[in-house]
Ligand binder design. Structure first.
Ligand SMILES: Cc1cc2nc3c(=O)[nH]c(=O)nc-3n(C[C@H](O)[C@H](O)[C@H](O)COP(=O)(O)OP(=O)(O)OC[C@H]3O[C@@H](n4cnc5c(N)ncnc54)[C@H](O)[C@@H]3O)c2cc1C
Length: 438
C-alpha cells in the first residue's frame, strides 16, 4: 500500500476519507484514468473505523468478482437471530440459510481495520495516491467553488477542481461546504462495540452454526434507564463483536453512559450465556445516523460531492442495518458522474446533479424511501418497554400447563397487550404496519 509523500499538489479529484465510500470513489476515478488523491486521517484505512457488523456482498460481487478469495472475510452470515428480552424471559426468532453460506455469500462479518485496508489497496492498485495520516481540515475556494483542501501536513494546500467528501457521519467538509444542515441530535445514535475472544468451536456450538457459517444476533428489550436502542452480537472466526446502540436523545435524557448500557446488555441472561468466558481484546464507540431519508443533506455543490455516511446513506430498519455497501454504491456513482463532469470541464452543481438523481433511482434511494417510516417507529418507547415484555408473557402462557387450561393466541394477546390500551395499541400497530408492511 502506497504511503509516499505528496509530490505534485494538483489533482483531478481529491477524495477525503478512505472508508468504503472514499475508497470506491477513488478506485473508480483512478480506473477511469484520473489523477486522484485519497486522504485518510488514520495511520491506515480502517484504523479509526468500527461497525457491527455484516458487510453485504452486493457491490463487491459487481466490481471485484474475486473478492471471496482475497478480502479479509471472517464468516459468511448464515443465521439471523432476533431476540426479544424481558425480565427473566426471552423470545427468539431465527432464520438460517444454507444458500447464504455459498460464495459469494449474501453477507459476511469482517473487521473494518482489515476490510477498509484491503479496499483502499484496490484503489491504490487502480492508480490512486493513498495518503494516510493526513487530516483534511478545511476547503479551498476559488470564486465561490470548492477548489481543493487544506491538510494538516507540511504540504498545506492540495488543489483539485473536484473534492469528494467521504469523511463519515460527522462530515466536517460537508458542514464547511454548507451541504450538511445543522445537526439534529434526534437523528443520531451512539454505538459501542467490543471484541471478545472465544475458540471457534465454542462460537459454533453456542450460535448453532457450522464451521463455514456465522450468526448475526440482534436484541430488543426493556433496557435500564429507559434507553431506546438495541444490542448485537456478530460472530467472527475466533471472536465475537458485541455491542449496543442507543439513541442519543435517550442517552442524554436519562443521563446514561453508553458503556453502562453495554454492561447492562451483557448481563442479560440470554446474552451472558452466549458470551461467557470471552476475553475482551478491544472496544470503541462511533456515531450512527438513524433518520435515513429524513436526514439526507444536499449532495452536491460547485466542485464538491458527498458520499456514504457523509451523505446520510444508512438504513436502520430494526433488524436490517445497511451502511457499508450503500457507501460503496454511492462512491462508484459519484465517481462515474464526476468522470463525465471532469471530461467536459464542467464540475458545477448542475453538472454533478446527475449523481443524486442516479442515487435516488437506484436501490439505495429506493430502500431509504421504502423504510422512511421506520425511524418514527424506533423512536416509540413502547417498542422497547412494553412489547418485548408482552410478547414474552404471551409465549410463557402459551407454553404453561395450568388448571384453567390453555387459551388461544388471540386471547393471550388481548390478555397481555390489553394493558397498552386499545387506542395506543391501534396507533402502534398502524405505525408498525406502515413501517414494515405497507
Ligand atoms: C455501531 C455501528 C454498527 C454498524 N453496523 C453496520 C453493519 O453491521 N453493516 C453495515 O453495512 N453498516 C453498519 N454500520 C454503518 C457503517 O459502518 C457505515 O455506514 C459505513 O462505515 C460508511 O462508510 P463511509 O466510507 O461513508 O464512512 P466511514 O466508514 O466512517 O469512513 C470515513 C473515513 O474518513 C476518514 N476521515 C474522517 N474525517 C477525515 C478528515 N477530515 N480527513 C481525512 N480523513 C477523514 C475516517 O478516518 C474514515 O476512515 C454500523 C455503524 C456503527 C457505528
Amino acid at each position: 500500500m502506497s504511503e509516499q509523500a505528496i509530490g505534485d499538489k494538483n489533482f483531478d479529484a481529491i477524495v477525503v476519507g478512505a472508508g468504503p465510500a472514499g475508497s470506491m470513489a477513488a478506485w473508480r476515478l483512478a480506473g477511469l484514468g484520473h489523477n486522484v488523491a485519497l486522504l485518510e486521517r488514520g495511520e491506515f484505512p480502517g484504523a479509526k473505523n468500527l461497525f457491527g457488523g455484516i458487510i453485504y456482498s452486493l457491490e463487491l460481487q459487481k466490481y471485484f468478482p474475486d473478492f471471496v478469495a482475497s478480502a479479509p472475510i471472517e464468516r459468511p452470515v448464515t443465521r439471523h437471530a432476533t431476540y426479544l428480552l424481558a425480565q427473566g424471559r426471552s423470545l427468539n426468532f431465527d432464520f438460517a440459510s444454507q444458500p447464504f453460506g455459498e460464495a459469494p455469500y449474501n453477507g459476511f462479518t469482517a473487521y473494518r481495520s482489515r476490510f477498509d485496508r484491503w479496499l483502499a489497496g484496490r484503489a491504490v492498485q487502480a492508480g490512486a495516491l493513498l495518503v494516510p495520516s493526513c487530516v483534511a481540515d478545511d476547503l479551498l475556494w476559488e470564486q465561490g467553488r470548492v477548489a481543493g483542501v487544506r491538510v494538516r501536513r507540511e504540504e498545506g494546500e492540495l488543489h483539485a477542481p473536484l473534492v469528494i467528501a467521504a469523511d463519515g457521519i460527522l462530515s466536517l467538509l460537508g458542514a464547511k461546504a454548507g451541504l450538511v444542515r445543522e445537526r439534529d441530535p434526534s437523528h443520531y445514535s451512539l454505538g459501542v462495540r467490543e471484541v471478545l475472544a472465544l475458540p471457534a468451536g465454542t462460537i459454533e456450538d453456542r450460535f448453532q452454526i457450522d464451521p463455514g457459517g456465522g450468526c448475526a444476533a440482534l436484541f430488543a428489550g426493556d433496557w435500564p434507564g429507559n434507553l431506546q436502542g438495541g444490542g448485537f452480537i456478530y460472530t467472527n472466526k475466533e471472536t465475537l463483536s458485541v455491542g449496543f446502540v442507543a439513541q442519543l436523545a435517550s442517552l442524554e435524557r436519562e443521563r446514561f453512559s453508553i458503556l453502562a448500557a453495554l454492561d447492562a446488555f451483557k448481563r442479560q441472561p440470554a446474552v451472558a450465556r452466549l458470551i461467557r468466558g470471552g476475553e475482551r481484546l478491544e472496544y470503541g464507540a462511533h456515531t450512527v445516523p438513524e433518520a435515513g431519508h429524513a436526514m439526507r443533506p444536499r449532495l452536491v455543490r460547485d466542485g464538491m460531492m458527498l458520499v456514504g455516511d457523509a451523505a446520510g446513506l444508512v438504513l436502520t430498519a430494526g433488524v436490517i442495518y445497511e451502511g457499508v455497501h450503500y457507501a460503496m454504491h454511492s462512491g462508484v456513482l459519484a465517481a462515474e458522474v464526476a468522470h463525465r463532469a471532469l471530461e467536459r470541464g464542467d464540475v458545477s452543481a448542475r453538472a454533478l446533479a446527475e449523481y443524486p438523481r442516479r442515487l435516488q433511482r437506484g436501490y439505495v434511494g429506493r430502500n431509504l424511501k421504502l423504510f422512511r417510516h421506520m425511524p418514527p417507529l424506533l423512536a416509540n418507547s413502547r417498542i422497547y418497554r412494553v412489547y418485548p415484555e408482552a410478547m414474552c408473557r404471551v409465549a410463557e402462557d402459551f407454553f404453561k400447563a395450568e388448571e384453567r387450561g390453555h387459551a388461544k393466541l388471540l386471547r393471550l394477546l388481548l390478555r397481555h397487550g390489553g394493558r397498552i390500551g386499545p387506542l395506543r395499541g391501534l396507533k402502534d400497530l398502524w405505525q408498525a404496519l406502515r413501517a414494515l408492511f405497507v
